[in-house]
Design a protein around this ligand. Structure first.
Ligand SMILES: *[C@@H]1O[C@H](CO)[C@@H](O)[C@H](O)[C@H]1NC(C)=O
Ligand SMILES: *[C@@H]1O[C@H](CO)[C@@H](O)[C@H](O)[C@H]1NC(C)=O
Length: 362
């Protein structure tokens, strides 16, 4: 009440008017409290209205006078509390204004390190944040190691029983592609019969799905040299597919996440991802033969949870990674594949705890 008392004293009202003064102070206090109450946007005035108003009053009457007091106390120190408050208020306001102006085209940065996490202490010049999957020689000049630097990565999650299918598919991808096989049946040596197997990267871990491998072996910093990353199933027929032509179309239409059209009438596919015969692309994606741009993959990789198995639901989450999703996610109809619907991973291993082995894998 000290401020109101000060006001009262300076107003020069006669002493006999003590009652009037108190009433006047109370009215002013309530009015100020009300004004402050409605000017604070965070105050919730929906339910216990009376209680809230009373509380705001209390806060005001305790708080406001104390700032006056500190103003008086700090008067000589050069920087007064009021000045500080004004400064904070102004800068908060201008920040708000600047933010609202640039909101539309600026993605908020949650963590902005100068060096990658864990390497903050290193001099910026010696940090190497990214690497690649290129195979190196064990001798000679490192700078001469690479005879070619593929710009695209194709991964298949495979079992040996699908070798003919994979062999046919791999031959559709030129030397511009790095080939990576995730073996869920542990049979890697058996693929040596194929010439291309020597330049492929083989990862062997039993009975996992492609998202498990992708999360662990396709970190965005490792696949950074690749413009596009294909993450495919093994049961796809590619006789109507041309990889280079596909990439050309993806670039042309600016698709960050895409997949070839799926041949209608074979297998169970979503209506939306079925090939539309009369156009080059349409916009939507189902998680089966997905192709990610480098930037989209960096986002999607972070979104893949450690326990993700099927990818169900991921297709809907993917659209958070590209803006605007309806422009940058699509199906390339003029390059299309046939889904054979073979539960091949399910045939691996034996039943566990009375459950058929293909329960929970696909
Ligand atoms: C807001 O923008 C103005 C000019 O556009 C600039 O002078 C000011 O420093 C900015 N304020 C903040 C908090 O970024
Ligand atoms: C590989 O990429 C280069 C550069 O984009 C292109 O000129 C070449 O035709 C591609 N190779 C094949 C087999 O398409």
């Amino acid at each position: 009440m000290s401020k109101l008392a000060i006001l009262g004293r300076s107003s020069g009202l006669p002493r006999s008017n003590e009652g009037m003064r108190l009433l006047f102070s109370a009215v002013i206090g309530v009015m100020l409290g009300y004004l402050f109450g409605i000017s604070f946007p965070t105050v919730n005035v929906t339910k216990p209205l009376l209680f809230r108003e009373k509380r705001t009053d209390c806060i005001l009457q305790l708080h406001f006078p104390s700032s006056i007091i500190s103003y008086i106390e700090d008067k000589d120190s050069g920087i007064t509390t009021q000045t500080l408050l004004n400064h904070a208020w102004t800068s908060a306001n201008s920040k708000k204004r600047n933010n609202s102006e640039s909101n539309s085209d600026e993605i908020p940065k949650i963590y902005v390190p100068t060096n990658p996490k864990g390497a903050e202490g290193l001099a910026p010049g010696i940090v190497v944040p990214e690497t690649d999957l290129y195979l190196r020689r064990l001798w000679g000049e490192p700078s001469e190691d690479l005879t070619s630097q593929p710009r695209y990565l194709i991964t298949f999650t495979v079992g040996y029983s699908q070798k003919a299918n994979i062999d046919a598919a791999v031959k559709k991808f030129s030397e511009n592609f790095t080939i990576m096989l995730f073996h869920y049946d542990g049979r890697t040596n058996d693929w040596d019969e194929f010439e291309w197997s020597k330049r492929a990267i083989h990862v062997s871990v039993r009975r996992q799905t492609k998202w498990w491998y992708a999360k662990r072996f396709l970190h965005p910093d490792i696949v950074a040299p690749y413009d596009y990353i294909f993450i495919w199933d093994e049961d796809l027929s590619v006789q109507h597919f041309n990889a280079e032509a596909y990439i050309k179309l993806v670039r042309k239409h600016g698709l960050e996440i895409s997949q070839p059209g799926l041949e209608p009438d074979k297998g169970l596919t979503w209506q939306m991802t079925k090939r539309l015969g009369d156009q080059e692309v349409h916009k939507f994606v189902e998680i089966m033969a997905t192709v990610f741009s480098r930037d989209a993959w960096r986002c999607v990789w972070h979104m893949i949870q450690n326990d993700l198995v099927h990818g169900w639901g991921l297709d809907f989450a993917l659209r958070r990674c590209v803006e605007p999703a309806h422009e940058k996610i699509g199906v390339v109809d003029s390059q299309w594949i046939i889904h054979q619907v073979i539960p091949s991973l399910g045939n691996q291993g034996t039943a566990e705890n009375g459950r058929t082995p293909w329960e929970g894998v696909s």
